[in-house]
Design a protein around this ligand. Sequence first.
Ligand code: HEM
Length: 191
Amino acid sequence: MVRQAAVSFAGVRKGPDGTAAANLSGNPMRNGFLGFDASFMLDFVVVALVAVVPVILWSLYVVKVQRNYALHRLLQIALGVILLVTVVAFEVDMRMQGGWERIINKDLASPRRSPDEIATIRQFLYVHLLFAISTPFLWGTTLALALKRFSAPPLPGPHSRLHKTLGWLSTFDLVLTSVTGLAFYYIAFIR
Ligand code: HEM
């Protein structure tokens, strides 16, 4: 239902043979901006996945070396908001574009990837999803507990031990989300 609605929203044009070819180029969200013919949101997510890594490293430097806990809190909240907005926008967009396979093989008449290649790309996607799905939950838990249990302004305290464990797990989860997401993008659109 949703997919059909999305297709008719984007507009289905007639192909050269007169049949209804799903040429959706009239939809601006259909086209990316990185030059690899992905979708706008996929390119946006790739930029976000690259951008979050230096921000995390900065936040860790701020908390471990500078002991600026208030700035660490601000950076981690900002990362959480970026993560949430990206995930929601990405999910909505995926549904509107008809799924990742339709983004890779936009032109059904001459598909860019063979069924075998799609199967390989799917394996990459499943590994990525493992991290991409767990990260928002882990991140949300770490953030919520930290905001609830640390003092204001934040200082090390009884919650430090659990927070460090959750904090490092969340950090690795997000970095692996980023690395596997970029790997998916690479094999789907660049290679
Ligand atoms: C999901 C969000 C967050 C992540 C991933 C995260 C990650 C981390 C990590 C990995 C450390 C340990 C650094 C080390 O090994 O010394 C840490 C320390 C700390 N974080 Fe966070 N943090 C997050 C949110 C917050 C928030 C919202 C606050 C404040 C309300 C906060 C306050 C602190 C404090 C006070 C420490 C120092 C603990 C200590 O040294 O005893 N964090 N954080």
